[in-house]
Design a protein around this ligand. Sequence first.
Ligand code: SF4
Length: 288
Amino acid sequence: MTVRQGGAIPAGCRGWGPAFSRPRGVSGGVEMTAVDLEGVNQQLAGRPAEQVLEWAVSRFGDRVALACSFGAEDVVLADMLARAGLRARVFAIDTGRLHEATYEVMDRIRERYELALEVYFPQREAVERLEQEEGFHSFRRSLEARHACCAVRKVEPLSRALSGLDAWITGLRREQNVTRAEIRLAEEDRGHGGMVKVSPLAEWTDQQVWDYIRQHDVPYNLLHDRGFPSIGCEPCTRAVRPGEHPRAGRWWWESPEQKECGLHALQARLASDAATGSASSGGRSADG
Ligand code: SF4
């Protein structure tokens, strides 16, 4: 699979960075009842992902942002926003442990769409403490140690990124993992104060994602060509073998129901509990 340049982006769709005001420092959480969200899901079910994006941006304006980790789904959403001229904010979390190929596609996306990407980095003191006290590969020691690293490098920066937002847009898809099988197009994110999580590609297949990327010549992370269907931090991601589950390369030393990093942890745990028949406490886990 090669990257083809030149998929033209309409001029009016470039430079669509943070078109609205910066976060106002108020925690998110809109008055969106379950009935409202149920209606929204019914209304948007089976609709093109672009319409889900349009609904999110028109409903939340400057208080919604795309969380972009530059995986295949995220670059699709970035391209859709640009093509539709939707002026949503886009943010990324640089954990400090990303693959070089991820930084490369970040720059390519920024340049192609003239995107004013908002970047959140972990707090320096927390990283220094983690590395001094636990070393540089503590995440391999136990699930708790891995969650502790994700908490410092991902969850805390994400909480700052989400501050002031009422909704966020993710590239989650139901078929990605057992922990994501119940993802809805729009749902209450109980792990983040009840804000709304919008997942326009929830119903999409992997084939649809790649068809879109090829059709529109969207820049993508070249690790996808090297056997990485799912890409996170460099020490916690490996290529998968043919026939392996797409998430098998993420935290490969853990069981499938544990493979979330805290960014989507509560829904993941509820899904895991449902799968195992155990009861969830409903509170936040160590990884958020
Ligand atoms: S994915 Fe790995 S390196 Fe990245 S924050 Fe989590 S434990 Fe740390």
